[in-house]
Design a protein around this ligand. Structure first.
Ligand code: ADP
Length: 387
């Protein structure tokens, strides 16, 4: 039976085997005598403490199996090998042993005739070194176990967090959804009051009712945008080849406010095809064009251009305007939820660009902006080309 902490001895000829054994037993280090180098190789694999081998044991190609076992040692292991050779051949073995046993052989030469005291001194020295290696092995194992348990904990926590985020999103989705019905009732009745009974209202009351209507409409816009934003994280976006020309045509037809500004919007067809999720793409472009119209300058005619540019294996869709522009210090923050730069007089919720960013990221894309205050802005979405 091989035990991991054996001192292995391969000494098939003469009195070496019994002598070595006797010396080690007396020193309280009983060794295991191996029948062959193959037997010793199995012991090395099991993690033996040291190997004492005579030169005769390596003859006739017997070294090869040891060389393989030494080469296969784990990184922490540098098994000490004590090679017993006659005085006459000792010199040759100094270079021979590396050639026969390989680079990973950590060989100490011991001359024959064997001196018990020399042998024991050598064995004690190599065992000390070997025990340090075992300590390193144990530390490495502890580290591995720690890393594994850390990884497991990170995975568990990530899963819990994802669950929590999904729950929160589902909660905010249903709250936003349920808020819209009463809001529409408030806005609707306020409008009815103004339109059908306006004459009966004093100017102050009219003003109050108008405020109620405006606040309800604003709240409705906000919940609609929050819904659009959370919708982007619910369910998976299935990516497909999307024809951007078609998206633009449908968009301009579907959004009346965009169609009304048709003269100001120039689309440089053909835009090409990208790997995307069509509804998310439509929503993102609508938001960008909507912003370009909203943040137009009063002193020049509005001109909005939509075009694409190749960007390596990606396509960059650009929405460019000649509007008010954005100071560089705001370029990053405007993509965050509820971040607005525009004054309170400009309608908006600060969610539009967060939707654009989330939509792009969900499709494996990126967003960005180039803008010069007073001159205009270029917002872009970069996506992989269609297959
Ligand atoms: P909102 O339009 O509701 O304010 P967005 O998230 O769409 O929210 O935009 C955030 C801010 O970025 C806006 O408040 C505005 O200051 C700025 N912005 C966005 N698009 C443009 C644009 N095309 N030109 C100038 N400023 C813009």
């Amino acid at each position: 039976m091989t035990s991991p902490h054996d001192i292995l001895v391969v000494a098939p000829t003469g009195a070496d085997g019994p002598n070595i054994r006797e010396a080690l037993v007396q020193a309280g280090l009983p060794p295991r005598l191996c029948r062959s180098t193959a037997d010793a190789a199995a012991g090395i694999q099991a993690g033996a403490e040291a190997l004492i081998v005579t030169e005769e044991a390596l003859a006739g190609g017997q070294h090869a199996v040891l060389a393989v076992a030494l080469e296969a040692q784990p990184a922490w292991s540098d098994l000490p090998v004590l090679l017993v050779a006659s005085n006459a051949t000792l010199h040759q073995w100094a270079t021979h042993s590396i050639r026969l046993l390989g680079d990973r052989a950590n060989v100490t030469l011991i001359a024959r005739p064997l001196q018990k005291v020399t042998l024991l001194a050598a064995v004690h020295a190599v065992l000390r070194a070997r025990r340090r290696q075992y300590q390193i092995r144990d530390l490495l194992r502890e580290n591995d176990a720690l890393l594994n348990s850390l990884e497991r904990r990170v995975e568990e926590r990530t899963a819990k967090l994802q669950e929590l985020v999904a729950e929160l999103e589902s909660f905010s989705y249903s709250v936003s959804h349920d808020l819209r019905a009463p809001l529409r009732v408030m806005a609707g009745y306020a409008r009815v009051l103004l339109e059908d009974h306006g004459g009966a209202l004093t100017p102050a009351v009219r003003d109050y009712v108008e405020r109620i209507a405006r606040a309800a409409e604003r709240m409705d816009r906000l919940t609609r945008d929050v819904l659009a934003y959370t919708r982007l994280s619910r369910g998976e976006a299935v990516l497909e080849d999307v024809d951007l020309d078609r998206v633009l045509h449908e968009l301009l037809e579907q959004y009346p406010e965009l169609d009304a500004s048709r003269a100001a919007i120039v689309v440089r067809f053909p835009l090409g095809r990208v790997r995307a999720h069509a509804p998310s793409m439509e929503q993102a472009i609508a938001n960008l064009i909507g912003n370009a119209l909203k943040f137009a300058r009063q002193d020049v005619g509005t001109r909005i251009e939509v075009f694409t540019q190749p960007a390596g294996d990606r396509v960059r869709l650009v929405v460019q305007d000649n509007g008010v522009g954005i100071h560089p210090m705001h370029h990053e923050k405007i993509f965050r939820l509820f971040e607005r730069v525009a004054g309170r007089d400009v309608p908006g919720t600060g969610i539009g660009l967060a939707i654009v960013k989330r939509a792009a990221e969900r499709m494996g894309g990126t967003v960005g902006v180039h803008s010069v205050p007073g001159q205009g802005s270029q917002f872009w979405i970069e996506l992989p080309k269609a297959a």
